[in-house]
Design a protein around this ligand. Structure first.
Ligand SMILES: NC(=O)c1ccc[n+]([C@@H]2O[C@H](COP(=O)([O-])OP(=O)(O)OC[C@H]3O[C@@H](n4cnc5c(N)ncnc54)[C@H](OP(=O)(O)O)[C@@H]3O)[C@@H](O)[C@H]2O)c1
Length: 266
């Protein structure tokens, strides 16, 4: 029998594409959205807001009305908060963490007893390349994704005892609705005007020319089909090389990024 897969944030972007692909491939797919009626999909869509404790609390019971066993959880829901660190309020930063980090962790924890008791399953989390390195204007987004890396690295050891596999996918920039759905820091400090404008133009160029998400979707499918996957799966053009340069020659990595930003000087 085909596996049952739960995908958070299945109304848009990576989540919607992977949910459709898996449904077409005969998997039993359950997707989630804060507003499940906003979109007509061929798989079951349940309401879930991972930034809302009440929504998470009721979710497990609702889920198991639709399924008898959960084989794979894909933690995909998340958003992007863009803003230079000094211009981003702590409240805005906390909102980023409430969804990207705490929301993902709380939902995972809610479902852990089921995975542990059944002695099988997989938890795959969509992190980001910004969880392995970071850019300006992404301090809180990058921090939330770095935090996920730390959390799931530890959980991987613990769940291995119960034959539950934990892995992450770390995409570079791909074409989804992430930029349209992004929050922007509200405060503006004049001193940063020139720098902010350069970084915004760099980011617009990066995301404006971002490729279609197929490699991310292919990686997720492969992970579902692999019995014992490794932990980390960076996806995107040149990702392994960029990560190696960052790791072994940070200055070279940094200088090449600064050179890139400076292409967008006024
Ligand atoms: N696109 C990229 O270049 C890129 C690169 C690296 C990592 N990522 C990561 O990939 C994941 C998916 O993003 P995407 O690019 O596909 O963006 P997207 O098109 O904006 O989709 C985001 C999805 O997350 C859901 N979501 C947002 N906040 C939520 C909340 N509080 N509770 C429940 N669901 C919530 C949205 O569902 P509703 O609005 O329907 O609730 C939506 O389905 C995110 O974790 C993102 O950080 C994206």
């Amino acid at each position: 029998m085909k596996q049952t897969i739960l995908i958070t944030g299945a109304s848009s972007g990576f989540g919607l594409i992977i949910a459709n692909r898996l449904h077409e491939n005969g998997y039993n797919v359950i997707g989630t959205s804060r507003n499940p009626k906003q979109i007509k999909v061929p798989f079951t869509m349940l309401p879930l807001d991972i930034a809302d404790d009440n929504s998470i609390k009721g979710f497990r019971n609702e889920l198991f009305k639709h399924i008898s066993k959960l084989d794979v959880l894909i933690n995909n829901a998340g958003f992007y908060l863009s803003g230079l660190a000094e211009e981003t309020s702590i409240e805005e930063g906390k909102r980023q963490f409430e969804t990207n980090f705490w929301g993902t962790v709380k939902l995972t924890k809610e479902l852990l007893p089921d995975f542990r008791k059944q002695r099988s399953g997989k938890i795959i989390t969509v992190g980001s390349i910004m969880g392995l390195l970071n850019f300006p204007s992404a301090s809180y987004y990058g921090a939330s994704k770095h935090a996920l890396e730390g959390f799931f690295k530890s959980l991987r050891f613990e769940l291995n005892e119960f034959n539950v596999k934990v892995a992450m996918v770390e995409p570079m920039g791909f074409k989804t609705n992430i930029i349209n759905n992004a929050l922007k820091a509200e405060i503006k400090i004049d001193d940063y005007n020139q720098y902010r404008s350069k970084i915004e133009r760099f980011a617009n160029d990066l995301f404006g020319n971002a490729p279609e998400p197929t490699p991310v979707i292919d990686t997720l499918v492969k992970l579902i089909e692999t019995k014992d996957p490794k932990f980390s799966h960076p996806v995107g053009k040149g990702a392994p090389l960029i990560l190696a340069i960052q790791h072994f020659a940070y200055k070279v990595f940094e200088n090449s990024l600064i050179k890139n930003f400076n292409r967008f000087k006024d």
